[in-house]
Design a protein around this ligand. Structure first.
Ligand code: FPP
Length: 246
């Protein structure tokens, strides 16, 4: 597929993959069955981004708040993460994908932490799509941990409080080394950020769809990309200024 199909592609797409539980319930399956079904949508999203040359794809797999779910669902989700890393890391590596997990991984089992470390190490020199999985991640957590790092620099006398800029703080966040998301997608009908990338979504275009995540396949993703392509991003300027600077 050629990139000509889209007038304007995002460099970084961030997605809240919502609606797995409802997808399963609609089929009279247990809630949990929606999560393995959602893995196929993850594969297709990765494939489309790779085909189009999108640089970064960030997926919200498990929020800091998801621990509040029924214990059985949390346990099965953790098993699914291990299984996905076990089965997919090698394939991602062959496709030149670099995998990175963001979030507080210290709460995960040592087995899952090992799989994360190994998958990241295996793919760390790859130069294609950067696939970032947010796991036990929260936007407020990210801002707080970034602030703590800055506070340490101040304490050590390396930085004056009055010299702190948003760029300093950005450098301490989990996504410091990638461009900010251009497009944010949330599936499953809800229209909120749910403590995802609070800091990084300042100028991001939002796209909400009722499609449930396991049904969000290649064509559904392309609709979101088409919507993005039709928008004019102004970053605080007027429409006329943006047109002139083209
Ligand atoms: C939200 O749907 C989805 C999750 C909390 C888990 C997402 C996990 C996957 C898609 C599988 C693994 C992915 C990777 C990248 C390893 P929900 O359960 O909140 O759905 P509902 O709103 O219908 O209840």
């Amino acid at each position: 597929m050629s990139t000509e199909e889209f007038a304007n592609l995002p460099r970084h797409v961030a997605i809240i993959m919502d609606g797995n539980g409802r997808w399963a319930k609609k089929r009279f399956l247990p809630r949990y069955a929606g999560h393995p079904a959602g893995v196929e949508s993850v594969r297709q999203a990765v494939q489309l981004c790779t085909d189009l040359g999108i640089e970064v794809l960030t997926l919200f797999a498990f929020s800091s708040e998801n621990w509040r779910r029924p214990q059985q669902e949390v346990g099965l989700l953790m098993e699914l993460f291990i299984k996905v890393l076990d089965q997919e890391a090698e394939k991602l590596h062959r496709r030149n994908v670099r995998l990175k997990i963001i979030g507080d991984r210290s709460a995960f089992s040592s087995k899952l932490q090992d799989y994360i470390t190994r998958s990241e190490a295996l793919t760390k020199n790859n130069t294609g799509l950067q696939l970032i999985i947010a796991a036990n991640y929260g936007g407020r957590w990210d801002i707080v941990q970034a602030t703590q790092k800055l506070a340490v620099q101040v304490q050590k006398g390396l930085l004056n409080p009055q010299d702190i800029t948003s760029e300093h703080l950005n450098q301490m966040t989990s996504l410091a080394d990638v461009p900010e998301p251009d497009l944010f997608i949330r599936t499953g009908g809800e229209q909120r950020i749910s403590n995802f990338l609070l800091w990084q979504l300042a100028y991001t275009e939002f796209y909400f769809t009722d499609t449930l995540w396991p049904d969000f396949k290649r064509d559904a993703f392309k609709l979101a990309l088409n919507s993005f392509a039709s928008r004019q991003r102004r970053f605080g300027q007027t429409g006329e200024q943006v047109e002139k600077s083209k």
